[in-house]
Design a protein. Structure first.
Lengths: 509, 334, 305
């Protein structure tokens, strides 16, 4: 593990830096060179202008909360307060749902081609402002700029672009000749991909003619509030999109509001169940995208170097705070030692540190609360006898950090093999045969994602066919695309987001 | 005059009494017959092209700035095999190449020297004179470069003439036809024979990865070359459409890394052809750094087969030194 | 009933039984309840299934799931068509049971039975089209092959509507099993006899045991353990009234069952069992699985930095 410098390092004498002084030392264990230490390469913070305070975005305007409550949002990498944000209460939910309801008739009556153009505008403005939004997201969430720049923001824009195109083609989508929108969509999104989850929710809702009240997570409200500004620039009619920052009580009030027709939630399985109980017996259509404990299955004939990359990307992308993370490595026993050695070697090259540094691979954990949860589960893993390995790594002194960690000697009975950790912690289990691999992979309350690594085509298809998971990545992992439906089996939730399938959640079908 | 780049001990100093190294014991069985060799090479882990290229591209997004950039530029200069391989090569051309390699930037004598000059066998003697006393190595292509289509004795004669003329390093090409026909043992035997003919000269084995076409083949060729005793494995001749790429270089770096882990024997890597800018060269160094590791970050273990790359590195170097952008008129055209 | 007299033969009455795991057990509770015709006359004693019968049915349905979901779509279609054939062969019996249950004229009861037969035929033809219509390739922006395929959700508990006694239950059951789910069917409480007799049809139609399990009894009593059962994946509440539906949907949240809410009995949006069934019931109990695989190029590319 390389610690990414957060401050300029002491300038070395030129002579000491001369190449050639690093005499080859065959037989060493290898690893990156201390002489070729990458200098800090921070993305400039000046591209984003964060105001000291933000209101709720209701009916096209920023307003204070009815009861005047506010909360602070901090940078998880430094614990610096970024801004103070209005905290929506029940009265605000009522006001926002009312605004969305009033906006609904005109919005849903717009010709699809016109709705499409609003969404295309939004997609374009996001592309134009993507650097600003990437920096903002990195500041508020703690994830590396490399990810917000190369994954989150491009996907956000692509998602709006994709659903924009559907708005005037809904009758060709396979949901009948004239599918109707549902009305007001209440959407509650998590903190792990704040703007991307917003896009997954808002784009299909608007394309199909619904209006939206969206509650971002309490630790990451800023990008949603900047999105309100994108809506303003796009000229979106007032009330079509309303943003209500707040905590769980805000989300609960939104979900329970009687004038909401559609509820979409991404987050924990426990909250998902609570929401399912809340909407029971109502007309509200519900889609849930919840937790996971994805199995990444590596067979003895896998393309090993790519599998190692896939394992690393599968569990350490976004610090493992990903519902579809490949958090269980199932490796064929015959190659387990070799694969683990490669994996550990690779982990020593991961660079943890300043999320704004372009060379950072591992950023900060999103919140103190999440860090405590990860820490507690990792301690449980140790207490239950699993073997813990963490690459030597200096953690920054402020902010919330957790070094990438492996557990070996894990069995199905261990907590770290069953519970979603939602952090950079990989549990390694072994198997002997394909049957056993599938049985272990499916032995979970969840069913969101899985990975299969083998060069044998028929085995990929056979295993993929038997896995009870909504997304199966074979010889790759953690790939996303707006055209590709995403969602889980079992307690990972129901409904699909993305693709043609993603329209169904917002149509009266 | 700066000699820093060559002060360090060139990793294992060639033993004058070197004879043909023995094949690492664990491969004795694998090289017993073409069938056994085929089984061994086809048993290597497969390569997923998309994953490999994605990893190479991801490493290409590393941002190398300031001190790290200065280090990398000098390191890259010191790793260049400054190359001229033209039908029109003359003694004058080769002499100026040698002078350029010895003193790349006449305006800044702290600029390091290149690792070697790389020429055809008939230019070795001229090159030898041109770099005398500088520590710069003379590398010669051989074995009927670039096609490699000649009888073995002709290839060996080619090698011997280069070594006799003073080549420190021999860049051979493998018989791609034999490789693609599945006659791995023929390729292996030929490498062994060339290794023997090279004597104390370090042997670079060129696969012409663009002609091997698949990454699986490149991995197999890498292991074949290493088992046969290559000191370096090299991507390309620079004479075909696809030469060094980040992906094929990454793949070969994985091979030398794994080979050392398995045998304790370290083998160098040389991407050649198509690397023209400092930015690209630095990205290749990132590949080395994060794949094989620091032990390969030295001219003894990593080379760039290039010519125009040097001037771009020098211009970047001037920019770092002076703070202003340089131009082609401020570097020499040799 | 008329007095027996010389020359007339006393009919042989059928003991109606549950259909679980391919067998015809009585309720483990030993309980029965009286089933009457539309005028209140006794027709039969139906088994009154208990929560343990519900549990056994779920076990049977789970056991059957692997084989049934793994069968070829063509094979499932053949079996559903076989059910139609067997039902057609027992047409007279079902016409009588439907007429008795609902107090319909013979022609109206016959029309319902015919419609039920035709519904099996409709769904028999769907089995091998579902994946083509609801799945497909997705043009992702990268070198990946990406395919979405519908798959059955698993074990589905189905509360059949009270009426129409045969067409209603066929309309809710057939789409569930057409796509490869297995079912625990709770017969309409008041008129369970067509459902129980349908079990006899299913048993003789090459349908593997356990794919459909038929329970009769008090709907609320049987449905509660099914809604709470952790090994049931989905719940079709068609046969539940609003209060029961809400209670069951709430219980179903414990393991996030997919829930199909009841349609209104009358008014706009009311169920019309004779209308074109559409595809909503087929897709209600499907999961979409999306599989990615790199494609890449045939040979090494010339791409560089």
């Amino acid at each position: 593990m390389t610690t990414n410098q957060t401050k300029g390092k002491k300038k070395q004498e030129p002579a000491a830096e001369r190449p050639g002084t690093a005499a080859a030392r065959p037989g060493r264990s290898g690893g990156p060179s201390p002489l070729f230490a990458y200098a800090p390469a921070p993305e400039s913070r000046t591209v984003v202008d964060i105001a000291p305070s933000y209101g709720l975005f209701v009916d096209g305007e920023f307003t204070e909360a009815a009861d005047g409550r506010v909360f602070k949002t901090v940078s998880p990498a430094t614990e610096e307060v970024l801004s103070e944000v209005a905290r929506a209460g029940a009265a605000d939910v009522d006001r926002a749902v009312g605004a969305a309801r009033r906006a609904f008739p005109a919005w849903s009556a717009l010709p699809g081609a016109e709705r499409a153009k609003y969404l295309f505008r939004i997609a374009r403005i996001i592309q134009e402002r993507s650097r600003e939004l990437a920096v903002l997201e990195t500041l508020d969430n703690g994830k590396p700029i490399r990810e917000t720049r190369d994954a989150d923001l491009p996907l956000v824009a692509a998602h709006f672009f994709y659903y924009a195109g559907w708005a005037d083609k809904l009758r060709h989508a396979g949901f009948g000749p004239e599918p109707r929108p549902l009305g007001v969509a209440g959407q509650v999104i998590p903190w792990n991909f704040p703007l991307l989850m917003l896009a997954w929710k808002v784009a299909p809702a608007l394309a199909t003619g619904n209006t939206v009240v969206l509650k971002p997570a309490e630790t990451t409200p800023l990008s949603a509030l900047f999105f309100a500004d994108v809506c303003r620039q796009a000229g979106l009619p007032r009330g079509v999109v309303n943003i209500l920052p707040g905590y769980g009580d805000t989300g609960a009030a939104l979900v329970a509001h009687p004038d909401v027709d559609k509820v979409a939630f991404t987050g924990s399985t426990a909250v998902g169940k609570e929401i399912a109980r809340t909407v029971a017996g109502t007309r509200k259509k519900l889609t849930l995208e919840l937790g996971g404990k994805g199995a990444n299955i590596v067979f003895d004939d896998a393309p090993v170097d790519q599998a190692v990359e896939g394992i690393v990307g599968g569990i350490f992308f976004n610090q493992g705070q990903v519902c579809c993370a490949g958090s269980r490595l199932l490796v064929q026993e015959s190659i387990a030692d070799e694969l683990l050695a490669s994996l550990k070697r690779r982990l020593t090259t991961l660079r943890l540190g300043d999320p704004l540094d372009k060379n950072t691979d591992i950023g900060a954990i999103n919140s103190a609360e999440q860090l405590a949860r990860i820490t507690a589960l990792a301690e449980t893993g140790e207490a239950e006898g699993a073997e813990r390995w963490t690459a030597p790594c200096d953690l920054p002194s402020s902010g919330y950090w957790f070094a990438p960690t492996l557990f070996t000697n894990v069995t199905q009975a261990h907590t770290v093999a069953r519970d979603e950790i939602f952090g950079p912690v990989l549990s390694v289990l072994t198997f002997r045969t394909p049957d056993e691999a599938v049985a272990k992979a499916n032995n979970s309350q969840y069913g969101l994602s899985a990975g299969v690594w083998t060069e044998k085509g028929s085995r990929i298809l056979a295993v993929a066919n038997k896995l009870r998971a909504g997304v199966v990545w074979s010889n790759t992992f953690n790939k996303f695309d707006p055209t590709s439906p995403f969602g889980g089996y079992k307690e990972s939730g129901f409904g699909r987001e993305g693709g043609r399938h993603g329209l169904e959640a917002y149509l009266d079908v | 005059m700066s000699t820093t780049a060559h002060d360090a001990p060139a990793a294992p100093p060639p033993d004058p009494a070197t004879t043909l190294p023995s094949v690492p014991e664990q491969f004795a069985g694998a090289t017993a017959s073409n069938r056994a060799l085929t089984r061994f090479l086809h048993g290597l882990p497969g390569v997923d092209p998309v994953g490999l290229e994605a990893r190479a591209a991801a490493l290409g997004t590393r941002s190398i700035k300031t001190t790290a950039k200065a280090y990398a530029i000098d390191l890259a200069i010191s790793m260049i095999d400054l190359t001229t391989l033209e039908g029109a090569d003359t003694p004058g051309k080769v002499r100026s190449l040698g002078a350029k390699g010895a003193q790349p930037d006449p305006t800044d004598r702290t600029a390091p020297r290149v690792a070697a000059v790389c020429v055809y066998p008939d230019m070795v003697a001229t090159a030898r004179q041109a770099v005398a006393g500088t520590g710069i190595k003379v590398a010669s292509v051989a074995t009927a470069f670039p096609a490699g289509r000649a009888a073995l004795d002709v290839k060996l004669a080619d090698v011997r003439s280069a070594v006799a003329a003073g080549a420190d390093e021999v860049d051979m090409v493998i018989d791609r036809g034999a490789f693609l026909a599945g006659d791995y043992l023929k390729v292996y035997d030929e490498i062994r024979a060339v290794k023997e003919a090279s004597g104390t000269a370090r042997l670079k084995v060129i696969f012409e990865t663009g002609e091997l076409s698949t990454y699986d083949n490149i991995r197999r060729a890498s292991w074949l070359g290493m088992i046969a005793g290559a000191d370096f494995i090299k991507t390309s001749t620079g004479k075909v459409a696809v030469n060094a790429t980040p992906a094929n270089t990454l793949l070969m770096l994985e091979a030398v890394r794994d080979f050392r882990a398995q045998t304790g024997v370290q083998v160098g890597v040389k991407p050649a052809g198509g690397i023209r800018t400092s930015k690209d060269a630095i990205k290749f160094l990132v590949l080395v750094n994060e794949t094989a590791g620091e032990d390969w970050l030295h001219q003894d273990w990593f080379r760039f087969g290039a010519s125009s790359l040097l001037n771009d590195l020098l211009m970047q170097r001037q920019k770092l030194t002076t703070g202003r952008y340089s131009g082609p008129d401020y570097v020499t055209v040799d | 009933m008329s007095e027996p007299s010389a020359g007339t033969r006393l009919g042989v009455l059928k003991t109606y039984k549950l259909y679980v795991g391919g067998r015809f057990p009585r309720s483990e509770s030993g309980r029965v309840y009286e089933v009457t015709d539309s005028k209140g006359a006794w027709l039969a004693n139906a088994p009154r299934a208990s929560r343990k019968d519900a549990r056994d049915a779920v076990v049977a349905a789970r056991k059957a799931f692997g084989g049934w979901s793994g069968a070829t779509a063509y094979n499932r279609g053949q079996i559903l068509y076989r059910i139609a054939e067997m039902l057609e062969g027992r047409r007279e019996q079902f016409v009588r049971e439907v007429a008795d249950a609902e107090g319909l004229t013979r022609p109206k009861a016959a029309a319902q039975v015919d419609a039920a037969v035709d519904r099996w035929v409709w769904y028999a033809g769907w089995t091998d089209k579902v994946a083509q219509v609801f799945g497909g390739g997705n043009p992702v922006a990268g070198p990946y092959f990406n395919l979405s395929t519908p798959e059955p959700t698993g074990v589905v508990a189905v509360l059949a509507p009270g009426t129409p006694a045969l067409l209603g239950l066929v309309s809710v059951l057939a789409p569930v099993i057409a796509t490869g789910n297995t079912a625990v069917l709770v017969a309409g409480e008041r008129a369970p006899l067509p459902a129980l007799t349908l079990g006899e049809v299913l048993a003789t139609s090459d349908l593997p045991g356990g794919v459909v399990n038929v329970l009769s009894g008090r709907t609320a009593e049987i449905a509660a353990p099914l809604a709470a059962h952790q090994d049931v994946n989905a719940l079709d509440l068609t046969g539940a009234d609003a209060d029961l539906a809400k209670e069951l949907e709430t219980a179903a949240a414990d393991n996030l069952k997919r829930v199909l809410r009841p349609q209104p009995v009358d008014g706009p949006g009311a169920a019309d069992w004779t209308a074109d069934p559409g595809t909503a019931r087929l897709t209600a109990f499907l999961e979409t699985k999306t599989v990615w695989h790199p494609t890449g190029a045939l040979g090494v590319s010339g791409s560089s930095y």
